[in-house]
Design a protein around this ligand. Structure first.
Ligand SMILES: CC(=O)N[C@H]1[C@@H](OP(=O)(O)OP(=O)(O)OC[C@H]2O[C@@H](n3ccc(=O)[nH]c3=O)[C@H](O)[C@@H]2O)O[C@H](CO)[C@@H](O)[C@@H]1O
Length: 376
């Protein structure tokens, strides 16, 4: 049986593509072990994926501050040793990393064990981990048009984000109904990535009356389950307009299918799922993301014609923008068409085919080396 270790913990943006790849590989008979962190967001996301094996490691982010750098190096060493033990007991044919602090020890242990290691970068600016491990990775997956400095450019393949099986578009009115919303009214979904975004939550709170006046219902993923609530406001016609605030959802496909328009941070996972569910929207990049990768992600989304981007400092202008766009069927239709065009490659199948060819050529290499040893 073919086996893979997939290092994908730390944030939802790393977990989701890791789960998606594990789904594809499992359907081809592979056994997948996902390496995740002890963070709540990881355990939350994997709860419904009992079919995979999991292991956890702790890690520290890289820092140039001497005290933090020391902690980082210690955790890297401990993590690498743990991954080395995992590799000995699981005997995988490949180690796959999706970025974040867990990727480094897993890839390092895989490399030291002589296994093929591959890294997937989801963002339109390659992260630090991707840049480092690309020096030894057998395969480097980058979004189309993203460049990194590496001597191993022949090992680069341009590829989008793997999306989980369950993320599929469904009937808008059925989706609205299953969220407890009125199917005859517009829905605006607000998402702040896997951990919510306080500035987007604040924007919703202050805009709720104005949105109700335009008969727009809100479904807001706040990132904080202690604030779960349903708020009912009156429309100008006297009807009830329901607004739902939820900390976390295990059913993103329904929310994205129900949404006529989305306001979201520009994490690569959220964008890939908006594309898959044909949900146009405004992306508000997190202003402190590493190397401004969320700005680059949002710019690309806008360039593809899938929606718009807006800097957080201009949130004050967003309400007017939304009130216009959400009733502009012509524009929404154009966005949806472009979302469809942006979703034409079967990323998961490409990646799984590629991994299978990597491990089979690796097997042939090993066989060749063994034969040469016998002959000499
Ligand atoms: C602040 C920051 O640096 N965030 C990074 C993090 O994003 P972060 O983890 O915040 O978010 P992403 O937008 O990439 O993905 C969110 C994932 O969480 C899932 N989800 C979210 C909310 C919820 O209630 N339920 C749920 O299941 C979504 O379905 C999605 O699969 O990793 C991404 C991928 O490298 C980067 O692009 C982001 O810039």
């Amino acid at each position: 049986m073919k086996r893979a270790i997939i290092a994908c913990g730390g944030t939802g943006g790393h977990m989701s593509p890791g789960i998606a790849l594990a789904e594809e590989l499992s359907s081809r008979g592979w056994e997948c072990t996902l390496l995740i962190s002890n963070k709540q967001v990881d355990s939350r996301l994997v709860r419904k994926y009992g079919q995979f094996k999991y292991d956890t490691i702790d890690g520290r982010p890289f820092s140039v501050r001497p005290d933090r750098l020391a902690l980082f190096l210690i955790s890297l060493m401990k993590g690498t040793l743990k991954c080395r033990r995992m590799i000995r007991s699981l005997e995988p044919q490949v180690v796959v990393g999706f970025g974040g602090f867990l990727t480094m020890p897993a890839m390092l242990a895989g490399f030291l064990a002589g296994l093929p290691t591959v890294i997937h970068e989801a963002n339109r600016v390659a992260g630090r981990v991707t840049r480092i491990v690309s020096w030894f990775a057998r395969r480097i997956y980058l979004p189309e048009g993203v460049r990194i400095r590496t001597k191993r450019s022949s090992r680069i393949r341009y590829l989008g984000m793997p999306v989980r099986d369950e993320i599929v578009s469904m009937s808008k009115s059925a989706a609205k109904e299953s969220l407890g919303l009125d199917p005859s009214l517009k829905v605006l979904a607000i998402m702040g990535g896997s951990q919510g975004a306080q500035s987007l939550n604040n924007w919703v709170e202050t805009s709720l009356n104005a949105l109700s006046q335009k008969e727009i219902q809100v479904f807001c993923l706040t990132g904080d389950s202690s604030s779960d609530k349903v708020v009912t406001k009156k429309s100008p016609k006297g009807g009830d307009i329901k607004h739902v605030f939820q900390g976390f959802s295990d059913d993103m496909a329904t929310i994205l299918s129900a949404a006529d328009f989305v306001v979201s941070r520009s994490g690569a996972g959220s964008i890939a799922e908006m594309i898959r569910c044909r949900a146009p929207g405004i992306l508000v990049p997190y202003p402190y993301s590493a190397d401004d990768h969320q700005i680059a992600n949002a710019e690309n989304f806008e360039k593809l014609g899938c929606g718009m981007q807006m800097s957080q400092e201009f949130l004050g202008d967003m309400l007017e923008e939304i009130k216009e766009v959400i009733y502009n069927e012509w524009l929404l239709q154009k966005f949806r068409k472009n979302l469809e065009l942006a979703d034409r490659v079967d990323v998961r199948a490409f990646m799984a085919d590629d991994l299978e060819s990597i491990i089979s050529s690796d097997g042939l290499d090993m066989l060749g080396r063994a034969q040469r040893r016998v002959e000499t």
